[in-house]
Design a protein around this ligand. Structure first.
Ligand code: SF4
Ligand code: MG
Length: 316
């Protein structure tokens, strides 16, 4: 059944300095129980804004977010409280997302007490030890500060902070891209093991299709605030349909070392001045006049959705 049953957003705005740009353009997605939906695109494509709209840190102009059937995008902070615990976020940079003045104990205790008023001290201690154990940080280190840990360990603490309130859904925004390559796989494995143990659903944000290949149930590809393609992971990697997905995939070296790089024309345009028609038309090797004039709608295609006139016309 649907988990985030209806997530349709229009005009999630992002202010960069004083200029407000449209970061999310009529996106419609759902996330199923226990699945990992990865959202992939180059920086500035609106994927972080999308994540923040989902979790309620950011308000879209229109559209709605439903959590297990209940609309949550228009709730008061108080009414939103029970959902807050159920939806947690893990951020990219474990150096800036942990408060340097709080011990691990305090870092975990704060959200735990906030969401469980009246919880007994003994239970706080037990829950913290349990969750530290689960993420692979020795509970003996509960009195240590973030600067005493490595980047990988800090990200484990961030994951513990998300888990301690017993969420059902975690948005992970580039959770490994600030880490040493040597620990990236460990953190990915930890996230996957935790998902299995706790039956969690994930929305995993990444700029790199190769990173999410083995962890995704489905993948959504975004470009300049618009959804290009959504498909089962297996289908997306084997038979990409959208020209942008094809270009992103062609940049990943194959196992035999072979590359089939599709080079795109030009650069990513400024989101302040969005192109007409298909936002990808200036860079697409298949663009024609219709692409310059008409915005392609995301239409059912294969296992998901594709927003491309020429795929719809059967040309691609
Ligand atoms: Fe390329 Fe046109 Fe499809 Fe956009 S709609 S991806 S410009 S072919
Ligand atoms: Mg981002």
């Amino acid at each position: 059944g649907g988990f985030l049953e209806k997530l349709s957003l229009k005009g999630g705005k992002l202010s960069l300095h004083s200029t407000v740009v449209q970061a999310v353009n009529g996106i419609s997605l759902d996330i199923l129980e226990g699945e990992t939906l990865s959202v992939v695109g180059e920086s500035g494509c609106g994927k972080s804004t999308l994540a923040r709209c989902v979790i309620g840190i950011h308000t879209p102009d229109s559209g709605e977010v439903r959590f297990r059937g209940n609309r949550i995008d228009n709730l008061t902070p108080k009414a939103m409280m029970p959902y807050r615990a159920k939806m947690q976020m893990v951020f990219q940079d474990p150096y800036s997302s942990l408060n340097p003045r709080l011990t691990v104990q305090k870092t975990l205790e704060e959200p735990l007490r906030f969401h469980n008023p009246g919880i007994k001290n003994g239970e706080v201690k037990d829950r913290i030890a349990e969750v530290m154990e689960q993420v692979g940080v020795d509970p003996m280190w509960a009195q240590r500060y973030p600067h005493e840990f490595s980047g990988g360990q800090r990200q484990r603490v961030s994951i513990a902070r998300a888990l301690v309130v017993d969420p059902a859904f975690i948005v992970a925004d580039e959770p490994i891209s600030a880490l040493d390559v040597s620990v990236q796989a460990q953190i990915l494995n930890l996230l996957m093991e935790t998902q299995e143990k706790r039956g969690l659903s994930y929305m995993f944000i990444s700029h790199d299709l190769s990173v999410v290949r083995h962890i995704s149930s489905r993948v959504a590809v975004m470009y300049l605030g618009s959804l290009c393609e959504l498909a089962d992971a297996e289908t997306l990697y084997a038979e990409p349909r959208h020209p942008y997905t094809k270009a992103l995939l062609s940049a990943i070296p194959k196992l035999n070392g072979e590359k089939s790089h599709i080079s795109l024309k030009g650069e990513v345009p400024s989101p302040i001045n969005l192109p007409t028609g298909c936002v990808f038309h200036g860079r697409c090797p298949h663009a024609d006049t219709r692409c310059v004039q008409e915005i392609p709608e995301a239409k059912p295609c294969g296992t998901g959705l594709v927003a491309c006139h020429r795929v719809e016309e059967g040309v691609l």
